[in-house]
Design a protein around this ligand. Structure first.
Ligand SMILES: [Zn+2]
Length: 288
């Protein structure tokens, strides 16, 4: 069951100290509760809903943060990519929007745990049966049972994200210096098969880049001298990524990849991105 916490509801104009002490005691209660290491990080202006999901004996908490204003949906799938999640949290606290963040303390991959066995899979490969099968097999954990458990988990995460209703989805990630760069999206490289166009900005760190399925946004990002890659309109490789799923559903998707600890760049990229998203918005979203 999700626990819905709304410090904003406790606010009192007459006695702000009361609201503050209530908010603090609420935060302490949360810390003492089940997922204490994974207590959400509330900032002023944020509320959170906690969804507890199970993979057999393993628990994953999905924190769904809400800013006080409407806005875009941000998604953080890899639990060890904290700079990007923090930048998104700060952004929605200030500007509005929603952040869906997976927490479990296992690092990048989610695991299925039962009878002392652990079967990892990559949560950014879980959104299609093909991608999920490949990811489970990569870690020697594929079976019809693990596929079912992980597939159910993927659908629950997908529902919380709300692919079909959320509008533009912004995935936030962190990478390690030079291990994944904009150059990997060129034809012949690891992500080249699903990429239609790449813009490499010579004066930018190649670790910091955008990947989107929206051509107008891609052009705007390139014109603003960012590293950017554009998804093929019919991507041939089903990797089971959130990008693949959102594209399949006809939604606008953007991935923001920045180096670990590069908090300033990440903040700057999010701000520019949201400005450009508004300028290039599909009509249905123009009123956001
Ligand atoms: Zn990631």
């Amino acid at each position: 069951m999700p626990g819905h916490i709304k410090p904003a509801q406790l606010a009192s104009r007459r006695r702000p100290w009361l609201a503050m002490s209530l908010a603090i005691s609420l935060a302490l209660t949360l810390r003492a509760a089940d997922g204490d290491r994974f207590a959400p990080r509330l900032l002023p202006g944020l509320t959170v809903t906690i969804h507890t999901l199970f993979l057999d004996e393993e628990k994953v908490w999905v924190h769904e943060y809400f800013g006080s204003l409407p806005g875009y949906t941000f998604v953080s799938l890899h639990d060890d990519e904290n700079t990007s999640a923090e930048a998104a949290r700060e952004f929605i606290a200030a500007e509005g929007g929603r952040l869906v963040e997976l927490r479990h303390g296992r690092g990048r991959n989610v695991i299925i745990r039962h009878d002392g066995h652990r079967h990892p899979f990559d949560p950014n490969r879980m959104f299609t049966p093909t991608g999920l099968t490949r990811s489970l097999a990569y870690f020697q954990g594929f079976s019809s049972a693990t596929l079912l458990t992980a597939g159910n988990f993927a659908r629950q995460v997908e529902q919380i994200i709300g692919i079909d209703t959320a509008g533009t989805i912004i995935a936030v990630h962190n990478n390690t210096n030079d291990r994944l760069t904009i150059r990997d999206y060129r034809k012949g490289q690891i992500y080249g098969a699903n990429t239609r166009a790449v813009h490499v900005a010579p004066d930018r760190d190649p670790d910091n880049y955008f990947f989107t399925n929206d051509e107008a946004l891609f052009r705007a990002l390139a014109a603003a001298h960012y590293n950017a890659a554009l998804m093929e309109s019919e991507p041939s490789r089903d990797l089971g990524t959130l990008a693949f799923l959102t594209h399949q559903r006809g939604r606008r998707y953007v991935l923001v990849e920045a180096q670990h600890e590069a908090a300033d760049q990440q903040r700057e990229m999010l701000r520019s991105l949201v400005g450009l998203l508004a300028e290039t918005a599909p009509q249905a979203e123009a009123t956001r």
